[in-house]
Design a protein around this ligand. Structure first.
Ligand code: MN
Length: 251
């Protein structure tokens, strides 16, 4: 068993160390993580410059790129053997609903999935690592179970959000669908010391669709949210609508 572990908070993040420690004994572990915090970089690959890879004192490898770069470079050049499982996290904060589109944590796991490898993204529901060791034990148990009893043949992608609370206060696992958020808060305009306007991207909006069955709902109720993800962005439901519309249109 070979496990590749990446994240988006950077190779020094406590959540990465917790996930690596949680996986001890499960197999050969390789860590390839970004040099700096790369949260919110989605599936970006660095194409305009080369990437350098260094090895930290603890054996983790890190590179000056994105989470997707880490997994991409690991799978296509760095690792001698293809891993059986790709893990990402544990992220500092939730990745639920529409956040998953911007998430570097999810993207790192998705890169493994795109290469045909079962992959799991782990996130802690609140920032600050309060219950990171509890979350790591939850991650370990889930990983052990999917290894012992694979949920589906072939490859698959899971997005796991763990409530930030003591393990004893968790209510179990829930299979969920992604909820939705309202549009983000407006950008925050400030003035830099040279008198020029600068802008900070605003906070994510509140949950809009957070009902029963969603990731938001499960985590709010104290359950570990497990969402199976796919990558196909095709609007299958509206495909016939567009087929009809195009039939009446000129090329
Ligand atoms: Mn992050």
């Amino acid at each position: 068993m070979r496990i590749l572990i990446a994240n988006d908070d950077g190779y020094l993040a406590p959540g990465l160390a917790a996930l690596v420690e949680a996986c001890r004994g499960l197999g050969e572990i390789d860590v390839v993580a970004p040099e700096q915090n790369a949260s919110g970089t989605s599936n970006a690959l660095t194409l305009q410059r080369p990437l350098s890879v260094w090895t930290a004192g603890n054996g983790y490898r890190y590179l000056n790129g994105t989470p997707s770069d880490c997994v991409h470079v690991a799978l296509t050049g760095l690792l001698a053997t293809r891993p059986d499982l790709v893990l990402s996290g544990i992220n500092n904060g939730a990745n639920m609903g529409d956040d998953t589109l911007y998430s570097g944590t999810v993207a790192a796991a998705m890169e493994g999935y795109l290469f045909g490898i079962p992959s799991i993204a782990f996130s802690l529901s609140e920032k600050g690592w309060s219950h990171i060791d509890d979350a790591a034990r939850v991650a370990r148990r889930l990983i052990e179970q999917v290894l012992a009893r694979p949920p589906a043949p072939g490859h698959w992608l899971l997005n796991v959000n763990i409530p930030d609370r003591p393990e004893a206060e968790l209510r179990g696992l829930r299979t969920t669908r992604l909820g939705r958020r309202h549009a983000s808060e407006p950008v925050i305009r400030q003035t830099n010391p040279r008198g020029e306007p600068i802008y900070w991207i605003g906070a994510a909006g509140d949950a809009r669709e957070a009902g029963e069955g969603t990731d938001f709902h499960a985590v709010a109720e104290g359950f570990v949210s497990v969402t199976p993800l796919q990558v196909d962005l095709t609007d299958h439901a509206r495909l016939p609508v567009w087929q009809t519309w195009l039939a009446g249109s000129k090329a």
